[in-house]
Design a protein around this ligand. Structure first.
Ligand code: DGL
Length: 282
């Protein structure tokens, strides 16, 4: 037994898709989520800058909160920083890219796989390398989808505007006739209906969230993982944002379908203006 919480972070609200999967698979675990809304979107930023944000958030979760594992619930941050974070802290660090690749390879019947993600994720080549490593025979088509994250953060998940953008940005994966499409950004499952309408019913949409939750469970069960003491308090969820609390609560509630009244702000790194200490969880 290890009563410490699991720490999870993303640039904003997207990582809540991973929180949902963790709650389903590990309902008794305490979770601390940080949405770095003050600095989103990560996708268009240089990978070095995203790596710095990921290090700051991981350091906060490990050293200030005292988590037993860190889940990088952001593809862009996973692409930019996963190996550095693993070198840096002694607790397990789980990213979303390898789990996502495993899930989409399992879902594809014909070996024609698509991945959509941010400019940073697709440009990093992380998916291309991971697919080549696991299944070099697969035909992979990647497409960056700048703008999708901003629509989700505004709570616009099936407007005409997002549909028009999706028609344009998904054209490469449609033309490649992929049979399985990985939503390689944790914000994108909130756009699943629009993406599915554009891709057609024969294309299986795959999220990395569930497979990531299984990987977290495996990492915690690993006898080599450093252990703590005590018991989790039984599924306490602490949701924090570095940005505007009202927007985080309102959009988070719209996207998740549950209230985020107990969400609070957090200052990462300390000294950034406009935020104060974390409050209590849900
Ligand atoms: N959810 C992040 C990801 O998975 C979005 C990055 C962004 O803020 O652009 O890549």
């Amino acid at each position: 037994m290890d009563g410490r919480p699991i720490g999870v972070f993303d640039s904003g609200l997207g990582g809540l898709t991973v929180i949902r999967a963790l709650v389903d698979l590990l309902p008794g675990e305490d979770l601390v989520y940080i949405g770095d809304s003050a600095r989103y979107p990560y996708g268009p930023k240089p990978l070095d800058e995203v790596r710095r944000f990921a290090v700051e958030l991981t350091d906060h979760l490990v050293h200030e909160v005292g988590v037993k594992a860190v889940v990088v619930a952001c593809n862009t941050a996973t692409a930019a920083a996963l190996e550095d974070l693993r070198q840096r802290v002694s607790v397990p660090v789980v990213g979303v890219i390898e789990p996502g690749v495993r899930a989409v390879l399992a879902a594809s019947q014909w070996g024609r796989v698509g991945v959509v993600g941010t400019v940073g994720t697709i440009g990093s080549g992380a998916y291309q390398r991971a697919v080549r490593r696991l299944r070099p025979d697969v035909e992979l088509t990647c497409a960056a989808c700048p703008g999708f994250v901003e629509f989700v953060e505004r709570g616009e998940t099936d407007t005409d505007q997002v549909r028009v953008l999706a028609e344009r940005l998904l054209a490469p994966v449609r033309e490649a006739k992929v049979d399985a499409l990985l939503l390689g950004c944790t914000h994108y499952p909130f756009l699943a209906r629009t993406i599915s309408d554009v891709m057609g019913r024969d294309v299986v949409l795959v999220s990395s969230a569930e497979e990531t939750a299984f990987e977290v469970r495996r990492a915690l069960a690993d006898p080599a993982a450093p252990s703590g003491s005590g018991r989790p308090s039984g599924g306490r969820r602490t949701l924090l944002t570095t940005g505007d609390l009202g927007a985080f609560r309102a959009m988070g509630a719209t996207l998740l379908g549950t209230d985020l009244d107990a969400a609070a702000t957090v200052e990462v790194p300390p000294g950034r203006s406009g935020a104060h200490s974390p409050g209590s969880g849900t």
